[in-house]
Structures are given as C-alpha cells and as structure tokens.
Design a protein. Structure first.
Length: 253
C-alpha cells in the first residue's frame, strides 16, 4: 500500500469557541478520488481549508506530502466554492487562467511562452480553448467552472481540492464536469466536497462522511451507519447507476 500524501491526525478545530471538528484522522493516498459529504455546517469546508493550510488546527496535525500544507502549496490545486465574477469587469477566460501561473502573491507578471503554452494546454484539457477570448460574464455556470478548474491545473498540481464545484451548474454540466475529473484522476489525486450522490455512484473511489467527526469508507458507496452518523436522518438506500435516494417515512411528533 502506498504512503499517504495527506495525513490528518487527531485534529480539532473551533470557531470562536464553538467546536466544528473533533478527533478527525484521515489518510488520502495517491490517485484517490474522495467524495467528502455531510450536512451543512458539519465541517466539510473547514476540513478542506485545514488541508489547504488556510486554517490551522487547534489540536492535532495536518501533513501534505510529508510537510506543512502551506509548504506544499505549489503541489496543490484548489477550486473554491461560490466563485463569482464581477459582471462589470471585462476579464477574459484566458486572463483568468493565466492568473494561476502567478505564485507567491507577487501580483501581475510578464508571462513567458512556457506560461502561455501551459495555459493553452489547460484550456484544451477542459475544452475551453476556443472560448479563450470570451468574457467570463458571458459563460454558463458549467463553462465558468471549467475555466476555474483550468486555472487550478496550470500550476500542475498533484492533488486537487474542489469545494461544491457544481453548486450553480445544471445536470448536463455536472455530468460532463465529473466525467472530466474522472479522466484527470488518472494522474491527479482528487478531493471533492459535494452533496451530489452522483459522485458516489459513478466516480468516487472513497467517501469521507463529516459531521464534527469523520467516518471514512474506502469504497465508492456509503452505508446506513455512515449516513445516520452524518445526517442524523434515516436513509434506507443510495443506489448505484442512476443516483437515487429512498427515505423511510418520518413520523410526526
């Protein structure tokens, strides 16, 4: 078994004294495709930010490639949640992706031929090269997400974190996007925070269920015990193939 590229040990975190995560431990191995699920406010995004080094744990350790997350930043790609484009700012697809070649907070830079070749390669990977001169505010939700994914890819990450990437994308766009991630997973480790059961049924290799604590399942499925731990709501079935949920009837008090 390969050495984990992400190692989380006994992590706890609180906002203003209110506990969000408790006693969380997790290993993520190379070329895993992990779906992180759980209720709103359960700590999914907080866990992601701890792995990215945006937050520091109150207790415990987080190691990425054997070092502190910030020290591994050049090997990490990140597509955050709720990316909004200022409709009054005329920035092009190509300009957004070029920003991914700027490192260390140094501001705008002169882009070399190598930079531009990498930008082109990333846009071609996500099938957006033909729209490189299009303004961002002219794109659909799915197209914008592909652009932001390309921006993450130009840093040549070894692990890619995505936080609810499909929150504003239609069903067809979601399917196409996840199919692309599956192809990318041949060389890149992927961690996706999502409420979408489609990932579980047809894309993910493992599942982390988060609600203050974490339950890990090293398979593309979730169990009744995992769901009841995470959602405190009985669920009888999450099926493979076409994703569907079957909930038993809730009795009124």
């Amino acid at each position: 078994m390969s050495t984990p590229i992400v190692e989380i040990r006994d992590v706890a975190f609180a906002y203003s004294g209110e506990s969000v995560l408790q006693d969380v431990s997790l290993d993520i191995r190379q070329r895993d495709f992990m779906a992180v699920i759980g209720p709103n406010g359960g700590g999914k995004t907080t866990l992601l930010k701890l792995m990215l080094g945006i937050l520091k744990p109150d207790r415990g350790t987080v190691r990425i490639f054997g070092t502190q997350p910030r020290e591994a930043a050049s090997r990490i790609g990140y597509v955050p949640q709720d990316i909004h484009v200022n409709r009054g700012f005329p920035i092009s697809v190509q300009d957004v992706v070029r920003m991914g070649r700027v490192r260390g907070g140094g501001g705008w830079k002169h882009f070399s031929k190598k930079d531009m070749a990498i930008v082109q390669q990333a846009l071609e990977q996500v099938e957006m090269w033909s729209l490189r001169f299009r303004r961002m505010d002219e794109l659909s939700g799915g197209q914008r997400q592909r652009v932001f994914l390309a921006r993450a890819l130009v840093s040549k990450p070894e692990i890619l974190f995505l936080d609810e990437p499909m929150s504003s994308v239609d069903t067809k766009g979601q399917t196409d996007f996840y199919d692309y991630l599956l192809e990318l997973n041949r060389t890149v480790t992927i961690v996706v925070v999502s409420h979408d059961a489609m990932i579980l049924s047809s894309h993910a290799k493992s599942v982390a269920c988060v609600n203050r604590q974490l339950f890990f399942h090293n398979a593309p499925e979730i169990t009744k015990d995992m769901l009841e731990m995470a959602y405190h709501c009985p669920v009888e079935l999450i099926g493979h193939g076409l994703p569907h949920r079957v909930f038993p009837e809730h009795k009124e008090d």
